[in-house]
Every structure is written in structure tokens, then in C-alpha cells.
Design a protein around this ligand. Sequence first.
Ligand code: CA
Length: 701
Amino acid sequence: MRTSLLLISATLALLTGCDQGMDLDAPGAVNAEKLEQAASNDQDWLSYGRTYDEQRHSPLAKINQSNVKDLGLAWFADMDTARGQEATPIVIDGKIYITTAWSKVKAYDGVTGKLLWEYDPKVPGETAADACCDVVNRGLAAWGDRLYFGTLDGRLVALDRATGKVIWSKLTIPVGEPYTITGAPRIIDGKVIIGNGGAEMGVRGYITAYDAEDGEELWRFYTVPDQPGKNTAKHLKAAEASWKGEWWKLGGGGTVWDAMAYDPELDLLYIGVGNGSPWNQSYRSPGGGDNLYLSSIVALRPSTGEYVWHYQTTPGETWDFTATQHIILADLAIDGKQRKVLMQAPKNGFFYVLDRATGELLSANNYVATNWATGIDMKTGRPIENPDARIDQTGKPFVVTPGPGGGHNWQPMAYNPDAGLVYIPVQEASFPYFPEADWKSATIGFNTGMDFAAGAMPADANIRKASLASTKGALIAWDPVAQKERWRVKFRGPWNGGILSTAGGLVFQGNSASRFAAYNVVSGEMLWDTPTQTGIMAAPVTYSVNGEQYVAVLAGWGGSWAISPGIFSEVGGPVRNISRLLVYKLGGKAKLPPEPPLALLPIDPPVDNGTPRQLAEGGRLFGRFCGVCHGDAAYGSNLVPDLRRSGLLHDPDSWKAVVIGGMLKDKGMVSFKEAISEEQADAIRHYIIRRAHEDKALGDK
Ligand code: CA
């Protein structure tokens, strides 16, 4: 019976001339066996987190504590985008593959830096308006002789690894809805798994598995229930009672925009689920409830997408506390017993260790200061909340620590199994959450139910100084068994790079001070450091070709922190974006060209003659629609135009042509005419003129 079926299908294939698919045993093909054994493969970096457990630890030790001082630039490649670079390269047989801002893909020779091919999916510029956090992309996945990646406008694309030619492309999102893809796909047994973002805009989260061969959709897993009566999946029916009101009309949120990990032995896929949409729970689910599966770690069966278990880090999420942050799997000795654990340091400030077979909480402790919760109750697994932080229930503002940037964001951690330490790029920053009164959902821009205008930084030198002093970043080494910090490297500002750990006893990290450095894994002592001309957010990788070890990092400042938090975007001084792939080796002698001068227009506003009504209305609308890209209180960065410096402030007609007419939509500045009138657009102009005068008086140039 088996034989005859095989014969029939072979005959059909011949008759129809369809191809037999990828040869997974061909030399160089990436297959299940190679991905499962990636830990011992020191030459390649086969997937986003290097191995299915996402430890980002390489067994390479040619570069080590005694010779890292001789590390030098081997080669570099300039990018053709000047926005945030968040990608982890993947490396196969001495070739490096990266994604860049605007979802472009590039392939290089790992030794010479020669560009082998490039692919531009031509994401429409106006897609930028749907992205919460810059036009970034975090990377690719490999299977067979192909590469897979997501585009900002929601496509999953399969490319030929040798040529960069498109094999198939599939739209993974409903047309017209503000979903975006920035995360890297993962591939398990020929299934390409991809999520998306958009919970700031008003969407319902899900991940989908596609057949690597032809892009056929195999299953979709929603993280938030549809309206009662419409849910068929068991986990969604079970979640209905944790929601109130008519959440399905608002999307509910729960996007899966970054972390995944896989345990082949347990055959479980772990996903990190994002924040609620809108943030303010009193609008999303009036009357409260846990709102499953927001801010949760969920275990699924990767063959079917079936729910297995979940652990919710922040029940009734209302602070943008995503649990999409990096998930690492490891085996740890806890209380004398070997445990298979899952570790995460989500935005909410607590480091969680779970049993990854069952989801049981083993331990939790705060890895940064927190004031929204004093700890985690080990009996219930729930946070012990500070009632004042429940702004959705009090209706009153509260300065919450950490803020929506999180104690840790998407920047990858790393785990060194020899040292038994997890390295976390952390940040210390609070945020004034002002619940918005009478919030209404808009069809464009952020839909959070928070009043960003009310919480904007006042033009007051003392408040600025105090706020800046309390906003910091650090690299910390965390002992996950003891749940304690072991060492700390302090940075002037937050938003530093992802981490690489190596068997050479080194952790590598780029930072917001435009340096790339290596530290002793055990002591944190800095052993090497080099200037990079640009802030680094992405995580480095290491690989080897012909016995030579290389360390590569995609440099280029950007992301949400670089564009939205106003004065805080430059706590450590002005940070440039000079996007480049930087590759280092022992004795490398290449040199970067001289840093070009930073040319900023002066702050030179026209006469400040806005009426009190225009200034109030303009400030409110700026906070709602503009600040997310152009900076809190119009204090802009040097990545997206700083409107205080804009020549358009002098020219009301041109201003209108951009804000209402959509003249710059190809650059990402879409028309806002569906949300604001011409008069309101001009009120925003008057508000920015006022802000420019205020900041000039404070000494800004
Ligand atoms: Ca979010």
C-alpha cells in the first residue's frame, strides 16, 4: 500500500512537472539535524538566537581573555539606510546574511566583506506610520538552501540563499490593518513561524506557521479571544472569562513581535506575548480581568499550534509591559535538582525562571528597581501590585518604574553555561502615565488610552536635570539560580546593544556611547573597547572561516528609544546613525573613514503668536499623533526630523501640504487628514514654535 501510494505521487509529480522540493540532505542545506546540533557547530550562526535554546553562546575560544586586546577591524560594509539597525546576522559556510532597516536583505563574504547579493522588498514609505518603533528588522531564518524573513508591511518572503532571488512571498496580515513585522522567523521541521507587531495601533495578536516549501499556511494561533461565541480553539474559549466589555472591537493587543524558543526534546515552542491594545485597561476591558494571554509566555505544540501551557507575567496589563523579551532555555541545578528551565527578563522589571515542561514558576526577582509591584507572590505566581500604579482604576497619573521602554527591551541577552550567568542589557527609566479622559480610538497613530501630552516633559531646567540624572543604562550579569546581580557595567544612557557570550570567557556588547567592547564573563572587567562612530543596538555574532574567528555586529542607532522619548533619547550625548556592518578579527587592520560632521539645522523659529487655544489644542494633538516619531514635547532626535528646527514652521502652506496633503508620505510622513483638520494642523505648528522658543531659552541651539 505504501509503495503504491509513493509510486502514484511520484508519477503525478512527473506528469505535472512540479518540482520535488528542497533537498534537505544536499551539502550546505540547513535541516532539522543541523539546527538541533547547532550548539557544537562553532563555524556557523544558523538562526536568530544561534541555537533553538537561544543562548547566544558560542563555543569559539580563539579570541579569548588573553588576546582580545589585539582585536581589530577586519572589514566593514556601509548600509544604504540610515535608520535603526536591530538585526542579528546569520552565518552559513563563511557567508553573512543580514536584514537592515526597511526590511532589506544583504549577503557578504565573511572573510573579504564582498557584497554577494542584495534584495530590496520595496516596502512603501507610508508603512512607517504603522510601526510603533522605527522601520527596523531583526533578522532571517534558514532552511534548506533558502532564507526567510518578514517585511515591515507584513510579507513573509523566501529567498534563494545563493542568489537572493524570491522563491515565494506571502502576505501574513489582513490588508489595511496596521500590523508590521520586525521580528525574525524561526523554523521548526520545515514550518516557518512568524509573528508581528501593532498593539499600539489597535490589533489582535497572533503567530502563523507556513510551509517552508511553498508558503502554504499550516496553522494560526491567536493570543486574544474573539467575541464570545466566535472562538473555536480551546485556549481562546478558556480566555473569554478573563476579558470584559467589547475588547474585540479594539483588537485587544497581545502581538508576538519578538521572542521564540524551541525545545526539541519536549517538542515545545515558546512564544512571548505583548501588551494590551489599548494600554489603558479601563478602555480595553472595563472592570478589569487578567486579559489572557497578554504579557504571557505561552508553550505550543509546533506541529499543530495547539496550546500547552502559559504563564502570565503581568495580569491585567496596563503599562505596555510586554513579555515579548528574549526567552532563553537552559538546564540549571536548583535546590540540588537539575531543572529544565525557561528564563525571561520582560519589560516589567522581574527576572522569571520557569519549569519549561510545565510552566511552573520556580523563582522571580526584580532585576531593576520597580515601583508598580513589590515582588511576585510565589504561591499564586502573581505580582504584588502597588494600587497607586493602577492608573486605569484610579484615573490618576502615576510615575511608574520601569516605564514602557521596560527594564529590558528587545535587545538580546546571552547565557554563558560555564559562568552560569545571564547578561542583560538593562535600563533604568520611569514614565509618567496619565490616563486619558474620554479616549476614543482613531484610525491612525497610537491608540493607547494614555495622555502623552499631559505627561510631556515641561520646559523647566531643574525637572530636566533631575529626570536625566535618573535615566541610565547598564550591562548586568545575573545569576539565575540565586536570582542576584553579580556585576554591572554602567552606561551614561539607556538603550545599549544586545549581547554575545563566548567560550573564550568574553561577553561582547555595543552601546549608546558609540563603542563596541568585550568584558570578562566572570568579573565584568573591560578587556577591549573600540569606537564605532554610531550607537549600537543589535547583538553581535561570532563565526569562523578556515580556523580564523570573527566577531560581527550591525551598527546603527535607532528604534523606539532613539526617536520617541524626546530629551531622553540623548541622555549620553548626541548619538549618530552611521549604519554599517562591522567585522573584527585578531590583528585586523582596517580603518573606518573619518566621521562626517553632524549637520543640524539651528533652532530658528518664527514669531511665537499662537493663541492660548491653539497652543493647548496643538500640544494635545502633538502628544497623541506626532510625539511617537518626532519626540516627547517636540524635542526631536537626529534620525527623524526635529521639528523645532524645521523650515516648514515659517511656511504654513507647506506645513499643510505635508501634514494634511501627505507630500512626504514616501518618507514615512503620511497625511493625518483622517484624524485632524487643517486648523488643528496649524495649531500643532504653533505649539512647536512655542516649544522651539522655550528650548532656545533653555540654551538649546
Ligand atoms: Ca508595545
